[in-house]
Every structure is written in structure tokens, then in C-alpha cells.
Design a protein around this ligand. Structure first.
Ligand code: C2O
Ligand code: CU
Ligand code: CU
Length: 476
């Protein structure tokens, strides 16, 4: 048992511990939820209201709903279509989607499609509010094939709104992808991993810590706490989104067998790679193939989070229930290799992520010492240019680790260096979010393609984002 687990289970005086204040409050359901009793749910795929040759048209209502997240209890959520998480949107590369969002909540919202190159008027700039009662059509060209997610992006309230449920998966299938022998249909499984805090009667409790963010005690996958998935003894493709406000995971199988990692944030890799552990910070996505034919029928294994010890370490249980035929294969070649070289770069810029800002009484977060200012661009880049950005986490060396997962809108980048060395194996490929632990410095390279206009980059610890750690860049 780690110190953290001991403290959580002992429920004593835990004021200094990030989970402590909630356990101490004795309102949490952490102790009462049974692990692996409830079956994993798959969010429904939203159907278009109509389609034509080039586009699909969708309607989404953002509304409050009362849903069962914890067995036998009701939680009030804010959801796309009243669902937690929202419905899955599934489309094909280069087929346009137009999604009419109607806000039936009592608060303003903003919708962002994370990981896509979207024209600025549909990208969800945080001050372009969709007020209660209003509707807006967000239009996406879907040029990039990848597992994306759509989520709220309201100025100062992104953390609360996503915590309440405003997030869902968005899958763009590549033009070549259907010719690959990857597992498909029921063997292609979306997994949105999120942590939440509940009161004893099931209400969602949003009480973020200003430093750590809303790191909470109950892990939900597709809205079910610690679920079980009954699987056939064959290969599965798992699309994993870390949709947590502030919690990073390090994924591994309890059997210690490796996965085949097949994708990063930006889509399929050139070739699958064998890997045992995959860290996944907030907003990152990873896709893996797991071959359950390696395990006997009636046995089980778990998907674990190596960042945790004790009873919450296992996030999801796989129970092998039957044998089936498996036509899928792990392909040798899947996509073109990503290549951005430093030689093509026209600019190098440097951004430092620290605690800071104007106020002494309130915790704020900053980029190069500045708070988010929607009226001011910290960088203006030329459309088509390649740039190199150095990102550095200089927060709190002497306290505990404060991770800043840094996300850029519009572009996919490559991690050229991490702390002077090549990128870690799991992050080689196209990325839109890169996790920086305290003291980390990474060099990323990207081409600013697609659209002119104003865009954002920010920390995806939502409580840091909402407290200033966001900046605007313009493409001219
Ligand atoms: Cu996932 Cu600017 O966000
Ligand atoms: Cu984004
Ligand atoms: Cu941060």
C-alpha cells in the first residue's frame, strides 16, 4: 500500500493531500461503489438529421438531465443530448459535418472539437458564447483522421462545464483506414476515462483545488465507475481519451503483457509498436490493440493506472467470456510517417508555464508570466510556416509534481526533443497535446496549415486553463 492509499483508506487528517479534503468531508461515494460489477456502456453514435453528397448535418441539444452514474443513485448532469458522456460522432475523412448546438442549459457554453483543424468561427473561442436559449452551427471539414473529442470551452468555466458532463468522442475514419485489417465494429471500443467526485446522494461535486485542479476519487469509464467489459478471446481496438479535468494516468495491463500502440492524438502511426506502459495526460488520446486470445476463457485481467496504488489502481476489468474467430490482424504499415524538421522552421519561440499572475490572494497560472487575454496574441505566425516552439514547465520544483499538458489548437505537432533527448516512444507521431512534468522542456515542431484567424494554446489541466494558463496565437 502506498502512502497515498493508506491516507485515503485511513480517512484521517489529510489536509495536505489532494484527495484528502474530499475523503475527509465524508460525502464521497468512493467506498461504496463496487469494482467491476457494472458493465461498461458504449455511448450511442449520433445519427445525422440529414445528409447530402458532401456533408452530414447533426442536431445536439445541451441540457440538464438526471442520470444514473453510480448504481442506484441519480446525478444531475449537463450533457450533449442529456448524456454523460455525450453521443459519439463518427464520420469519414474529408466529409464535412455541420452540428447545430442548441443551448438549453442555464449557463453560457462554447463547443470545441479538440484535435481538429477547424476554421476559427467554428473552433470555439472561449469568449464566443452560446447563451442560454441560443443555437449555433459548428462546421467541421474533418481533414484529419483521428480519435478526437468535443468538449466545452467556455471562458473561465471550462472545468466546471466538462466536469458536469459536456464532453464526447468524435471519430474521423481515414480514407485508407477501412482497407486495414484492424478490429472493427463491436471490437473497436471507445473508452473515455474521467474522474469525478460525488456526494453521498449521488450529486456531482465540483470543488477543484486551485493548484492540483479537480483531482477526484471516482474513476468513470464512459460514465460508469470501475466497469467490467465482457470480451471475446480475440483482438480489440481500444480508443482511449483522457477526459479528466486534472488527472493523468499511466496505462498498463495487469498481465504485464504489452499492447500494440497504433495511434497517438493525431491518428494512426506508420507502424504499430509494442509497448508496456503508456502515460496519458489530460486530453491526450491513445489507441491500442489488445489480443485477448492470449488469455483463457473465464479468466480476467485489468487495465491499470500505474500512477495509483491500491484499490483504484485498476480502472477497467476485462473478462474473457468466449472464443470467437478473429479476422483482424495487426497491420505492418498504417500511415505515412510524420516529418517536421528543424531546418524548415522560420521561427523559434519559447513559452514558460508557471504559477503566477497579478493577484496575491488567488492562485493564478501563466504563460511567459502573462494571464490569458483574448484581445492579445502572444504569437503571430504565417500560414504555411513551420515553427519550433520550446515549452518549459517551471512550476513548483520544491513541492510536488504539477503536470501541464500543453495543447495547441489547429495544428498537429511532433515532439522533436524532450529534455534534450528524443521524444518518449509512446509520443512519437502526430500530437496535439504534450505533457510536461515539473522541470520538463520539450521542443515541438509544426506547420501552421489550414486557416487564418485566431486560435489558442493552453494547459489542459482545466483548472489551470480557467485560471489564466492560456494564450492566443494568430495565423496570418
Ligand atoms: Cu481540448 Cu482548447 O481544448
Ligand atoms: Cu483543442
Ligand atoms: Cu497546467
Amino acid at each position: 500500500m502506498t502512502r497515498r492509499e493508506f491516507l485515503v483508506l485511513s480517512g484521517g487528517t489529510l489536509a495536505s493531500h489532494p484527495l484528502g479534503r474530499w475523503v475527509e468531508s465524508r460525502t464521497s461515494n468512493y467506498f461504496t461503489v463496487k469494482r467491476f460489477q457494472n458493465l461498461l456502456q458504449i455511448p450511442p453514435v449520433l445519427r445525422p438529421s440529414h445528409s447530402d453528397e458532401t456533408a452530414d448535418y447533426y442536431e445536439i441539444v445541451q441540457r440538464e438531465a438526471s442520470v444514473e452514474l453510480l448504481p442506484g443513485k441519480k446525478s444531475t448532469i449537463w450533457g450533449y443530448q442529456g448524456l454523460f458522456p455525450g453521443p459519439i460522432i463518427k464520420t469519414r475523412q474529408n466529409r464535412r459535418t455541420a452540428i447545430r448546438h442548441k443551448n438549453k442549459l442555464l449557463v453560457p457554453t462554447v463547443v470545441h472539437l479538440h484535435g481538429s483543424a477547424t476554421p476559427p468561427d467554428s473552433d470555439g473561442f472561449p469568449t464566443e458564447l452560446l447563451l442560454p436559449g441560443q443555437e449555433k452551427i459548428y462546421s467541421y471539414p474533418n481533414h484529419r483522421a483521428a480519435t478526437l473529442w468535443y468538449h466545452d470551452h467556455t471562458m473561465d468555466y471550462t472545468g466546471r462545464n466538462i466536469f458536469m458532463g459536456l464532453a464526447g468522442m468524435y471519430i474521423v475514419e481515414g480514407e485508407e483506414e477501412r482497407n486495414l485489417p484492424l478490429p472493427r465494429d463491436e471490437y473497436d471500443v471507445p473508452l473515455i476515462v474521467q474522474d469525478r467526485l460525488f456526494s453521498g446522494d449521488g450529486a456531482l461535486l465540483f470543488k477543484p483545488d486551485p493548484v492540483d485542479g479537480a483531482v477526484t476519487d471516482t474513476i468513470l469509464i464512459n460514465g460508469t465507475p470501475w466497469p467490467r467489459m465482457d470480451v471475446s478471446a480475440r483482438k480489440y481496438r481500444l480508443r482511449i481519451v483522457n477526459g479528466s479535468n486534472a488527472r493523468s494516468f499511466c496505462l498498463a495491463l495487469s498481465s504485464h503483457f504489452p499492447f500494440w500502440q497504433i495511434a497517438t492524438d493525431g491518428g494512426l502511426l506508420p507502424a504499430p509498436r509494442r509497448i508496456r506502459e503508456i502515460p496519458i495526460a489530460m486530453a491526450e488520446r491513445v489507441e491500442v490493440i489488445v489480443d485477448f486470445s492470449a488469455y483463457p476463457v473465464n479468466s480476467s485481467l485489468t487495465l491499470d493506472d500505474l500512477n495509483q496504488g491500491g484499490p483504484t489502481r485498476s480502472l477497467l476489468q476485462f473478462k474473457i467470456v468466449r472464443k470467437v474467430r478473429d479476422d483482424s490482424r495487426v497491420p505492418d504499415h498504417m500511415a505515412e510517417a510524420a516529418t517536421i524538421s528543424r531546418d524548415c522552421a522560420t521561427h523559434e519561440r519559447s513559452f514558460v508555464f508557471t504559477r503566477g499572475g497579478a493577484s496575491n490572494s488567488e492562485v493564478r497560472w501563466s504563460i511567459n508570466g502573462e494571464q490569458f487575454d483574448s484581445a492579445h496574441a502572444v504569437a503571430t505566425v504565417n500560414l504555411g510556416d513551420v515553427e519550433i516552439w520550446r515549452l518549459a514547465n517551471h512550476s513548483f520544483r520544491n513541492r510536488h509534481n504539477v503536470v501541464h499538458p500543453i495543447h495547441l489548437h489547429l495544428v498537429n505537432f511532433q515532439i522533436l526533443e524532450r529534455n534534450g533527448k528524443p521524444a518518449a516512444p509512446y509520443e512519437v507521431g502526430w500530437k496535439d497535446t504534450v505533457a510536461l512534468s515539473v522541470g520538463d522542456e520539450v521542443l515541438i515542431g509544426m506547420r501552421f496549415e489550414g486557416y487564418k484567424g485566431r486560435y489558442l494554446f493552453h494547459c489542459h489541466n482545466l483548472e489551470h486553463e480557467d485560471r489564466g494558463m492560456m494564450a492566443r496565437f494568430d495565423v496570418n
